[in-house]
Design a protein around this ligand. Structure first.
Ligand code: ZN
Length: 233
């Protein structure tokens, strides 16, 4: 029976090959969405073991972030970039969950998550959420939350305006541009909490800065941040 099943499975794979969303190679029968090689060779920043890392430095003098880290680097043609593209634009939300879980277990083992109370994904504007159907940062958060046994809070913070494009602007212009993009809608839930903000990619840091400024209007809130990838500009 098993032999017949395997035969049938191989036959279907011939007609409809399953390809890895990171590198495009054929997936083996025991692989799902991402091949083993991708899991192994995607470069890790290990920033969670290095408090003064480049992502943390991005926020120096801008907003008081407790801890900051990113899973990998967002380079052109990189596997993590392909994976994030497939997550965001092809709607394969399991990619976010799987990578979130993988990263979440490293973060938990290293002690990074010890004093975190809850996870908040960077919200999408409701109109964008309607078009995309889901928030990619929420999928990543669910994976991290699963690995770290922490709740994911999606109702406390909302995006009130869609930001204009951030490129070719000075840091001051970007800052003024992103002010008041987000709004805390449920201060009670986050009062006194250490929040882990989760984004897919960190580039200039202005989105995180804007979220943090808004969250910190609530009493005794502390903010840390992680992303799947860090893009150097
Ligand atoms: Zn692969």
């Amino acid at each position: 029976m098993s032999y017949l099943y395997d035969f049938w499975d191989d036959f279907i794979s011939l007609l409809f090959p399953r390809l890895c969303y990171g590198c495009g190679n054929y997936l083996l029968r025991n692989e799902n969405l991402i091949c083993t090689e991708c899991y192994v060779v995607i470069p890790r920043t290990n920033y969670h073991n290095e408090p003064d890392n480049p992502v943390a430095q991005l926020f120096w003098g801008r907003c008081p972030i407790e801890k900051a880290a990113a899973f990998s680097y967002y380079n052109k043609g990189s596997r993590i970039r392909n994976l994030i593209h497939n997550l965001k634009y092809k709607g394969i939300r399991e990619i976010g969950y799987d990578l979130g879980k993988l990263y979440g277990s490293s973060l938990t083992t290293s002690g990074f998550m010890t004093d975190i109370d809850m996870i908040i994904p960077v919200p999408l504007h409701p109109s964008k959420l309607r078009i995309r159907g889901f928030n990619q940062s929420e999928s990543i958060s669910e994976g991290i939350g699963e690995a770290a046994s922490l709740p994911v809070e999606v109702k406390a913070l909302t995006r009130v305006i869609i930001s204009a494009t951030q490129t070719k602007k000075s840091r001051y212009e970007r800052w003024t541009n992103v002010e008041r993009i987000f709004k805390v809608t449920d201060p009670q839930t986050i009062t006194g909490k250490h929040i882990l903000l989760v984004d897919d990619v960190i580039t200039t840091g202005s989105t995180i800065e804007s979220c943090t400024n808004e969250l910190m209007k609530v009493a005794n809130v502390r903010v840390s941040v992680v992303a799947l990838a860090y893009a150097t500009v």
